[in-house]
Design a protein around this ligand. Structure first.
Ligand code: ATP
Ligand code: MG
Length: 426
C-alpha cells in the first residue's frame, strides 16, 4: 500500500490550511449528540474516531451532512455502550459491523452510524466477508479512496494512515492500494472513482485509477440499477461533471452504462448556462441533456437506471416540451406553454434546446425567454364544471366537452377572457 504510516502518527504532510483546520471551531464537531456518543465510545480503553465524508468535507471547508464513526468496540459492545448513554440503536448492517445510534433532540432525530474496525477478508460486490480488528491501518486499507480514509478523534486530532490529507490537498482521488484489485472487490468503485473525482477532484483524473477503471469496465454490467443511478445522479450535478463525463465517454463508458448514445457537449453547455444564469442544478434535466429523448431512450433509461415515477415523469415532461418554444417567442406562446405543461417542464425543455443550439450562454434572446418562463404567471382557467352546471348544462360528459371547447377558445385568445365572457360563449 502506498504511503503507509504508523497507525497513530498524525499526518506529516499538512499544509497551512489543513494544519489550521480547527475541528473544535466547527459546529458539527461540537454537536452535543456526537460529543456524548464519542465520550461513551471512548471510555474504558475503547477508541472511536470520525471517518469518511465528515472529515473529508470538513478539511475542504464544505458542509458536513452526516457523520460516520469507526470504533475498536465490537458491534454488541457499541450497542450496549450507546444504549447505556440513552441512545436508541438500530442494527443497520450488523454483519458488516455497522449500527446506527439515534437520539431525539427537540423533536428531531439525530443519527450516527458506527462501524467496528474491520478488514474485508473476501469481497463479492457489495457483500463482503469481514473480520473485525483493532488495527486502524487495516480499516483504512478496506476503504475506497485515500481521502475517505482520514480519521479524527474526539480531541480533534487527525490520523491519516494512507496519505489522504496530501491527496485531498491536490484534489487527487486515489484508490487505497492496488486499483485493479480494489475494483475487482467491488465494481461500484469504478463509478465512485468518477463520482468522487467530479465532486472533490479538479477535473484531472488520477491516471492509475483511470486506467484500472477502463481495464475493468466489463464489471459495470454486474451492478444493480439502483447503485448505478445513485452514483450517476450525484456525478451529473457535481462541480467537475463536465470534465469527468468527457473522460468517461472518451472510453465509451457512459454509453455503455446508459445503453444509448450520449452527448457530453450538450450537458457541458447546459452546465455553463445554468451557472451563468444562476439556475439550480437538476439531476433529471442534466440527464435529459445528455441523452436523446426519444420514447425508446426514455423507456430504456427508466429500466436501466430504475428511475422513480417522478424522475421518469420529469424526463418525459422535458422531452415533451423540447422544441415547443424558441426565441423570440411572444408572451402568448409562453403563457400557453406554461398553462399546458407547467413552469418546470417548460424551463427544462427550453434550457435543453438552448444547450443543443450553438448559441452561447450569454445570449440575450435566450436569457430573455428563460426569464419570461421563470417570471410570467402560470394562467388559471377561470371556469370549473360547477359553473357550467349552475348555468344549466346537464351533469355528465357534456360538462367535460363544454369545458374543453371553452378552454380552446380561451387559449386561442391568449388566456385573456374572464369568466363572464366565457360563460357568454356557452
Ligand atoms: P458522501 O456520504 O458524501 O457520499 P462518504 O465518503 O461519507 O460520502 P459513504 O458512501 O457515506 O460516503 O461511505 C462512508 C465511507 O465508507 C466512505 O468514506 C468510505 O471510507 C467507505 N466506503 C463507502 N462505500 C465504499 C465502497 N464501495 N468501497 C470501499 N469503501 C467504501
Ligand atoms: Mg457518508
Amino acid at each position: 500500500m502506498r504511503d503507509q504510516r504508523s497507525q497513530d502518527k498524525p499526518a506529516d504532510c499538512l499544509s497551512g490550511s489543513h494544519r489550521a483546520a480547527d475541528f473544535h471551531a466547527m459546529d458539527w464537531f461540537g454537536n452535543p449528540v456526537l460529543r456524548d456518543l464519542l465520550t461513551v465510545l471512548n471510555a474504558d480503553g475503547a477508541c472511536t474516531r470520525i471517518v469518511g465524508g465528515a472529515v473529508r468535507n470538513a478539511l475542504l471547508g464544505r458542509p458536513v451532512n452526516d457523520v460516520d464513526l469507526a470504533t475498536t468496540l465490537l458491534p454488541e459492545q457499541t450497542k450496549a455502550a450507546a444504549a447505556a448513554a440513552g441512545f436508541k440503536t438500530v442494527d443497520t448492517g450488523l454483519s458488516h459491523g455497522t449500527i446506527t445510534a439515534i437520539r431525539q433532540v427537540d423533536g428531531a432525530f439525530q443519527a450516527v452510524e458506527v462501524t467496528t474496525l474491520r478488514h474485508d477478508v473476501e469481497t463479492f460486490g457489495r457483500h463482503a466477508k469481514v473480520a473485525f480488528t483493532d488495527d486502524w491501518s487495516a480499516d483504512a486499507a478496506r476503504r475506497d479512496f485515500t481521502m475517505n480514509a482520514i480519521y479524527v478523534d474526539q480531541q480533534g486530532e487527525l490520523f491519516d494512515p494512507v496519505g489522504g490529507v496530501c491527496d485531498l490537498e491536490t484534489r487527487t482521488v486515489r484508490f487505497v492500494g492496488d486499483p485493479d484489485d480494489r475494483i475487482e472487490e467491488d465494481f461500484l468503485r469504478i463509478l465512485r472513482f468518477f463520482r468522487f473525482s467530479a465532486q472533490y477532484g479538479n477535473g484531472i483524473l488520477e491516471p492509475a485509477g483511470l486506467a484500472a477503471c477502463v481495464r475493468k469496465r466489463a464489471g459495470l454490467a454486474s451492478l444493480s440499477a439502483e447503485r448505478i443511478r445513485k452514483e450517476l445522479f450525484s456525478l451529473l450535478v457535481a462541480p467537475f461533471a463536465c470534465d469527468v463525463l468527457r473522460a468517461m465517454e472518451s472510453y465509451g463508458l457512459l454509453s455503455d452504462i446508459l445503453g444509448t448514445v450520449v452527448s457530453v457537449d450538450v450537458l457541458c453547455r447546459l452546465a455553463m448556462i445554468e451557472e451563468h444564469q444562476g439556475y439550480d442544478v437538476d439531476q433529471v434535466r442534466r440527464l435529459g441533456a445528455l441523452v436523446p429523448l426519444t420514447s425508446l431512450d426514455q423507456r430504456g433509461l427508466k429500466k436501466r437506471l430504475r428511475l422513480s415515477n417522478s424522475q421518469s415523469e420529469a424526463l418525459a415532461a422535458a422531452a415533451k416540451t423540447a422544441g415547443i418554444l424558441r426565441p423570440p417567442a411572444g408572451i402568448a406562446d409562453v403563457t400557453a406553454a406554461l398553462y399546458s405543461h407547467g413552469r418546470r417542464p417548460v424551463l427544462d425543455g427550453v434550457l435543453i434546446d438552448w444547450s443543443k443550439s450553438d448559441v452561447r450562454e450569454n445570449d440575450d434572446v435566450w436569457i430573455d425567454l428563460c426569464a419570461r418562463i421563470s417570471n410570467q404567471p402560470v394562467p388559471e382557467f377561470p371556469l370549473g364544471g360547477r359553473d357550467l352546471v349552475d348555468r344549466g348544462v346537464p351533469e355528465g360528459p357534456q360538462v367535460g366537452r363544454a369545458l374543453r371547447r371553452l378552454e380552446a377558445y380561451w387559449l386561442q385568445r391568449d388566456c385573456i377572457p374572464g369568466k363572464v365572457e366565457l360563460l357568454q360563449q356557452l
